[in-house]
Design a protein around this ligand. Structure first.
Ligand code: UDX
Length: 461
């Protein structure tokens, strides 16, 4: 990557995501944008994921690993145990890293931390550097979490909420459109606390970055901006898939899973344009066994070629003989190079859980979606995909909470049948253009990034 030779090269920032794929990806791509403007950027990861990290061979950013309470390969018994030990260990590890760089030619000026780790701001204050919070989810979802904290979104049952959630800057939302945690912590108290903790010191952060872009969530962004000086900087899609300005973007990711890249791409190459359904539920979601079977038989019923990512622990839920019975029409892999897959001309539809990254990736690459949300922010993202941006349709769930094989088949047909999905495809193209414009030279997100870099450099002189 060609770096601008400015005083920025002297300015060093740390970028610190929660160590899960859906948070590493956007913060790594943001790091690359900062590095392209000349900043020295270090992405900080931690020991619990070090054994599974596949880092780019050569990159404009450095990667450093700190101790997070877990030895390489050691696993926590539960998210609660992980987060407890992580929070007890990381502040000191981070402070030591910042101090270590203090005596180098590149002392750290700022730490950009995952908004779900607000206590990193205390580390910044104690070590005399500035702190920027990075929100990895949509602005709409953040607004809903904010209202929940304020007590203005009290919905304790589905009956109470049908058609009645009406909040400034948001469309009318039904119970099933709300993030799952708005309805309580369920069996994930630690994740629940994490999700809401990001507002605990939002007023104190020096910068607030959001992975969204101008036009996509305009009213919600404006509403948020009336409360805090938020900066949309997205979409954090690698440059090689969007504006193609960053030169060293070939090795673009830092993956915790090993993708079956050659198998996927060779298989896609053998297919006709717009003929393949790509299916993925991201890095965390786990489908029940009944749901897995319905999805499998729905894919078969659709009689459409499919590429399905079934992560290793999920594989045992596949119906017996499914892979054998569908080997002529489908390919099942444990992890894919998702962006390359979505950018491939053969892919005509994406069945997605609507994780925010997957949603932004499909929007930015112009692929219409079948939205099948599972939990956290995904129901709200699905609502926007189907009803606001109109780039996909959302599956209907039956009384037992299952999306049946018939429904899967119906949704695939509706999106793959271009005469029916014509409007969706046109809308997808529109968002693709806007995404590209936002990050291109002088675009709205690019300007926000530029402003941060300029202020950081001026403050350090
Ligand atoms: C999590 C949450 O579940 C999600 O709702 C939240 O918005 C972000 O954190 P995850 O479930 O993993 O993330 O989904 P998503 O946000 O879509 O991120 C998955 C990432 O992994 C995407 O960048 C996607 O491109 C990548 N991926 C996924 C692959 O590279 N290969 C795959 O096979 C599947």
């Amino acid at each position: 990557m060609e770096k601008k030779q400015t005083a920025a090269t002297e300015s060093h920032v740390l970028v610190f995501p929660l160590p899960i794929q859906g948070h590493i990806n956007p913060m790594l791509q943001f790091s690359k944008r900062l590095a392209s403007k000349g900043l020295k950027v270090t992405l900080v990861t931690s020991t619990s994921i070090a054994h599974s990290m596949r880092a780019p061979h050569e990159s404009a950013i450095n990667v450093e690993t700190i101790f997070d309470g877990f030895q390489e390969g050691e696993r926590a018994a539960s998210p609660d145990e992980f987060l407890k030990r992580y929070k007890a260990t990381v502040p000191q590890s981070l402070a030591e890293l910042i101090e270590k760089h203090g005596s180098s030619p590149y002392p750290v000026k700022c730490i950009i931390y995952d908004s779900v780790l607000p206590w990193v701001l205390d580390v910044a204050r104690n070590t005399g550097i500035s702190g920027a919070s990075f929100f990895t989810q949509s602005c709409a979802v953040s607004v809903l979490y904010y209202h929940e904290i304020q007590g203005s979104l009290k919905v304790s049952s589905e009956a109470e909420a049908v058609g009645v959630v009406s909040l400034p800057s948001l469309p009318e939302l039904e119970f099933n459109d709300l993030p799952s945690f708005v309805n309580g912590a369920g069996s994930y108290p630690a994740i629940y606390d994490l999700v809401f903790s990001r507002f605990s010191n939002i007023d104190d952060a020096d910068w607030l970055f959001w992975n969204t872009f101008n036009g996509l969530e305009e009213e919600v962004v404006n509403w948020m901006a009336s409360k805090w000086p938020i900066k949309p900087i997205g979409p954090t899609i690698p440059s090689m898939f969007l504006d193609k300005r960053l030169e060293d973007d070939k090795e673009y990711g830092l993956s915790l899973f090993k993708p079956n890249s050659d198998a996927c791409m060779e298989w896609l190459d053998s297919k006709e344009p717009d003929s393949v359904v790509y299916v993925s539920f991201g890095s965390l979601a786990a489908l029940g066994e009944v749901q897995m079977a319905e999805l499998a038989w729905g894919l078969k019923r659709s009689n459409t070629s499919f590429l399905w990512v079934v992560r290793e622990p999920e594989k045992e839920k596949l119906p017996n003989n499914f892979i054998e019975e569908t080997k002529e029409m489908g390919l099942v892999v444990t992890w894919s190079p998702q962006l390359e897959v979505l950018a491939h001309k053969s892919v005509g539809c994406f069945i997605t859980h609507c994780g925010w990254n997957s949603t932004l990736e499909a929007l930015s690459l112009g692929v219409p979606m079948v939205a099948m949300p599972q939990w956290t922010d995904q129901p709200t993202n699905a609502k926007f995909v189907s009803d606001i941006w109109k780039v996909g349709i959302r599956v209907k769930v039956d009384e037992e909470g299952i999306v049946t094989q018939k429904e899967i088949e119906r949704c695939i047909r509706e999106v793959m049948e271009r005469e029916i999905s014509n409007e969706m495809v046109k809308n997808s193209e529109k968002w693709k253009k806007l995404a590209c414009m936002a990050v291109d030279d002088g675009g709205s997100s690019d300007k926000n990034i530029e402003e941060f870099v300029t202020k950081l450099v001026c403050n350090s002189n």
